[in-house]
Structures are given as structure tokens and as C-alpha cells.
Design a protein around this ligand. Sequence first.
Ligand SMILES: *Cc1c(COP(=O)(O)O)cnc(C)c1O
Length: 439
Amino acid sequence: MTLTKDVFSFIQNADSEIYDILMREVSREDQTLELIASENFVSYPVLEMAGGVMTNKYAEGYPGARYYGGCEHVDEAENLARDRAKALFNCEYANVQPHSGSQANMAALMTFLNTGDTIMGLDLAHGGHLTHGSPVNFSGQLYNVVSYQVDRDTGRVDFDSVREMAKTHKPKLIICGGSAYPRHIEFEQFRAIADEIGAFLMADIAHPAGLVATGLHPSPMPYCDVVTTTTHKTLRGPRGGMIMMGRNVENPWGKVAPKSGRTKMISELLDSTVMPGIQGGPLMHIIAAKAIAFGEALKPEFKSYAQQIVDNAQVMAEALLEKDYHLVSGGTDTHVILIDLSNKGVTGKASEKALERAGITVNKNMVPFDERSPFVTSGMRVGTPAITTRGMGVDEMRTIVDLIDRVVSDIDNEVTIEQVKSEVQSLCNSFPLYRELHD
Ligand SMILES: *Cc1c(COP(=O)(O)O)cnc(C)c1O
């Protein structure tokens, strides 16, 4: 396959060493089934903008108030990205500068908290994220962390225990959302608990953002004080982060603006935590690419895409259940499926490795109450955003479950792995990536 070859002719001529590496990655993305739930394939316009000239521009500050000259056009791009984000998520405030989801979380936490304050987030081993209080992350090092878990039987957040822990530990801020939670995030129930103890509520919608934007997942905006996300998962934009607020209000700590003496809005505090608090110059090429992706997500076609992600995940979950795979929470409401492999006699690690050799990319994942280490795990996480972007539908989902099952049920069988690999390649060839570059 001669995918996108002449598109990269300048790289090819300038540096054949990195060109060859790039071509191997182009081919890997094209020839394998991408089932990592946090990945996606951006549109070609997003890709082009992310590789464009705005990478050259320094623009510390915000539109209309930069520390550098020559920002008139990047200002337009950032304003467009912010306006589209606000329209997409129906919110009053958006900061599109965080370089990643982790930076968005760092800025939100540092705005609402002082070092040493108590936070409560979903346990990493139960589907949370590093930035929700893991001891190896800044969040676990700067704050006192209490982690809540899911219920052993239902696989869903155990709200009785969340309430009890909240009352005992009085966290100043509760984080809801995670990286391996197959169900809708229960914003309303978290709000009720936050209100009972007077805590702030932060939602991290890094995973379901594209579903939230299209109304296929409830919106956090009416319930949460602050909302963070990545832009590159179901939202299908360039790699990056964003901070939002449904309503922008005055800060409750009484911080005032030095000259006017008026109370600052929380938006102003968030903006200054992002820059100069934790970041320098924004990545203007990425912000412009975010504007394109948000524009795409505002179109009706994106809603059909998001619906197909969910339909595909549901069919995949049903097909897995029929083959006696145990799914955490018994299924999915979203794009994520978390498979507990304990009854299959294989580990997450061994399954990931065997599937990778067959051209199917997944990640091993802890399941709630896992007895294995994070390096081995008893589970794996799969997701449908990337294969849905390629145009695959429910028929292909059933095929893919068959392919997965053949490998996982006979994990050391080289012949099976080779056969599955060639079937994976022909499936991929029927759904080429970046079609516009072939025609
Ligand atoms: C992916 C993810 C992030 C972090 O995103 P990065 O861009 O990798 O820093 C944060 N929170 C959750 C819940 C995520 O799934």
C-alpha cells in the first residue's frame, strides 16, 4: 500500500531516517485494528492544521492580551476554538490552552485547592485516572487523597460508600469520571453528595467528551463547578486538553482584581493557573486544529458518528457476552468495554501481547478488585472510537469479537495468530484510513 506517500515527500527528501520510521507508523495504523479506547484518528484537515505554520508563533497570554506582537491571527484562531467549544458543550467558559488532559486537571485542581487539601477521586484500579490522586502523580503528592471504588457486584460507583467517605473525610473537591468506566458518569448523584458536605465537584470527561457533545451521554455542565477533558479521544481532535465551566461565577475565596478592586471571576483564576501558573506559550497550531475538530463535532455527521460508536460498543459487548466473556458492570453505555479475563485462564498482559501479534491493539487493564499487579492485570479494555472512524459497523464488530476470541482462547497457537493477522489485514484494507489521500 502506497498510503500518503507523496504527502510526505518533503520529509522523505530532507530526512530519510525519520521518514522510514514515519512510514512504518503509517502502515501500522493502517494495517491493524485499533481498539485502544482512548485513541482515535483525526480528520485530514485536523492533521494538516496540527502540522501547520502556527507552530511557529509564540502567544503567551490570551486573545487580546498577549505578551508578544503579531498575534492577531492566532487570536482569531483561539477565539474561534473557544466559541465553538462553548457552543458544543453549552457552557459559558472554555480554556483551550492546556497541552493535555493532565495539564487541564492540574490547572483545575490548583485553582480550586491549596496544597494539602483533601480530594476524592475514583481509584485508579477501579477505572480512575493517574491525575485523580495516584501517589505517583502530582495529584497524589500535592493533595491528601481519598479514593472511592465501584461495587464488587454491579461494577458501578458505590454511592453509599461515596457518601459515607465524603462525610468522614470532608474532601474539598470530588472528582468524577475516569479512564475505564463503561457506564455514564453519574453527575447528578455526585452533585447531591458534594452539596451535602459543601464540596466542589469536578468532572473529567476526557473519555466520553464526544458523546457528551452530541447528547449521547448526560452533560456535566448543570452539575459541576468545573469540567476538564482531553480533545483527542471520542472528541476526535488533536492531542490536547481543555477546561470548561457551565456557569462562570465570582470566586468564593474573595480574590480581587488589583486595580478595580472587584471580585475576580473563577474563569480569571483558571486562566491564570493555566498561564502563567503551569504553562508558558500555548501550542497555537494545536489550538487551531482544536477549532477545526470542534467545528466538525458541531455538524450533524458527527452525531451519527457518535451514535455509531455507541451502537458498535453495544454489539461488541453482546457478542463478547455470548462467548462467555465477563464484562465489568455487565456491559457498556459508552465506547468502553472492560473485560475481566479471569474465567478464561489468561492474563491481561498475555492477551495484549498475543492480540498485538495478530494485528489487534488493545490494552491490558486492571479490573476492580484485581489480584494481579498493574503490569500483569486480569483484564483488558477495548473501545470503538477509532474503528468507527474507519467506517466499520455492527457486522465488523461481530467479526472482530470472533477474531479476538480465536486468539484469546488459544493464546500460544502461532498458526491461529498468523491466520487472524491476515484476516485483520483484509478487514483493514476494506476500510482504508485517510481515504481522501487514496482517491
Ligand atoms: C486520558 C485521560 C486524561 C489525560 O490525558 P492526557 O492528555 O494523556 O494527559 C485525564 N483524565 C482521564 C479520565 C483520561 O482518561
